[in-house]
Write a protein that binds this ligand. Structure first.
Ligand code: GLU
Length: 323
C-alpha cells in the first residue's frame, strides 16, 4: 500500500461537513479503520506523499511510479494499492497505466468523505481495493480504480461530481467489475494498450514537457493560446466545444502553434464521446491531433508521454488510437 494523501486520509475540523484537510491520517490508521482488511492480504504500507491530489504533479508521479514498480518487481508482492485524493485520481491512474510495467494489479482508491465524516466511505473503499488487488483475476487488466463498490479501468474512469460518493463513472466503455464487501466480479477487459504492452517508461526528472489545457467557450479569443505558447508549452490540449471544435480566432492561434511545432490535441469539454479527425476542423491541413475518447486531463497525460517519443503529429495521433 502506497499512500499519497487525499480525503480518504482527511480530517474535518468539526463534523458534519464543511472544511477539512486532506492527508492528515497515516496509512496505518486507515488500515486500522477497516476491520478484517488484514485477513484479505498481508499488508506492507509506505507513504509517498501526504497531499490533496490538486497538488499532484510530475515529481510525485515519478516517485509513485518508481515505488510501485519496485514493489511489483518483488516476487513476494501480489499487487499494489495506492491511496489518493479523488480530484486527480484519473490522471495518476492513467499515468501509471502507461508507465508501470507489470501484469500485477495496481489499484487506486480514495474517498469522497473525510475519515472523520459521518458514514465515511474510505474504510469500505480501502477494504474493497485490497480485495481487488489480491484477487487472481485482477492481473493483466492494467491500473484500476476502486470506489463505491465499482472497479474502473484507468483509461475509462472520470470524476463526474464534486461531492457525491458515486462520483466515479466509466462513461465510455463500462466497468471493469463490481466489488461488494470484498466479493469481486470482473466483466470486461481493457480495450487499449497498457502496462506490459505500453511503449512508455517512467520519465526521468525534467523529461516531461509542458502541456497546457485550454478550455474553449463561445466567443473564445486567441490570447490564452498565444500566452501558453509564449510560456513555453510544447503541447496544448484544447477542451473544445462539442466535437473538439474551436471558433475561428482560437483556431487560427492553434493552427499557428501547430505550424510552429507545438502539438495541438483537440479533446472535448462535453464529458463524453469520440473526437474524430477532420469533421468540422481540418486536422490534416492544420496539423491537429484528435483525442479520440480521452478527456482533456487524460489527453494531457498521454501527450506529455508521447512528446518524450516524438513531435510528429501523425505519430502522436496514432498514440491516441493505441492507448
Ligand atoms: N481535493 C482533495 C483531493 O483530491 C479532495 C478530494 C478527495 O480526495 O476526495 O485530494
Amino acid at each position: 500500500m502506497l499512500a499519497t494523501g487525499g480525503t480518504i486520509a482527511g480530517a474535518q475540523s468539526s463534523a458534519p461537513g464543511g472544511r477539512y484537510r486532506s492527508g492528515v491520517f497515516s496509512i496505518r490508521s486507515l488500515i486500522a479503520a477497516a476491520p478484517g482488511i488484514e485477513s484479505l492480504a498481508r499488508l506492507e504500507a509506505a507513504h509517498v506523499a501526504s497531499i490533496g491530489s490538486q497538488d499532484m504533479g510530475e515529481a510525485v508521479w515519478r516517485a509513485l511510479a518508481r515505488r510501485a514498480q519496485s514493489a511489483l518487481d518483488d516476487p513476494a508482492v501480489t499487487g499494489v494499492v495506492v491511496t489518493h485524493g479523488t480530484d486527480t485520481m484519473e490522471e495518476t491512474a492513467y499515468f501509471l497505466n502507461l508507465v508501470v510495467r507489470s501484469p500485477k494489479p495496481v489499484v487506486l482508491v480514495g474517498a469522497m468523505r473525510p475519515a472523520t465524516a459521518m458514514s465515511a466511505d474510505g474504510p469500505m473503499n480501502l477494504y474493497n481495493a485490497v480485495a481487488t488487488a489480491a484477487h487472481p483475476d485482477a492481473a493483466g487488466r492494467g491500473v484500476l480504480v476502486v470506489a463505491n463498490d465499482e472497479i474502473h479501468f484507468a483509461r475509462e474512469v472520470a470524476k463526474t461530481n464534486t461531492t457525491q460518493v458515486g462520483t466515479f463513472k466509466s462513461t465510455h466503455r463500462g466497468l471493469a467489475g463490481l466489488v461488494s464487501s470484498a466479493r469481486i466480479h470482473f466483466y470486461g477487459a481493457p480495450v487499449r494498450r497498457h502496462t506490459m504492452a505500453s511503449a512508455f517508461a517512467i520519465p526521468g526528472r525534467g523529461a516531461l514537457p509542458r502541456v497546457d489545457i485550454l478550455y474553449a467557450h463561445a466567443g473564445m479569443g486567441r490570447e490564452l493560446i498565444d500566452a501558453a505558447v509564449g510560456a513555453g508549452a510544447r503541447g496544448l490540449v484544447i477542451a473544445g466545444v462539442g466535437n473538439g471544435n474551436l471558433g475561428s480566432h482560437a483556431r487560427a492561434a492553434a493552427a499557428a502553434a501547430a505550424g510552429a511545432g507545438v502539438a495541438v490535441v483537440r479533446s472535448s469539454r462535453t464529458g463524453g464521446g469520440i473526437v474524430e479527425r477532420n469533421v468540422e476542423m481540418d486536422d490534416d491541413r492544420l496539423g491537429f491531433i484528435a483525442a479520440d475518447e480521452l478527456n482533456p486531463q487524460k489527453a494531457r497525460v498521454l501527450l506529455m508521454l508521447g512528446l518524450t517519443r516524438t513531435r510528429d503529429p501523425l505519430r502522436l495521433q496514432e498514440m491516441f488510437y493505441t492507448y
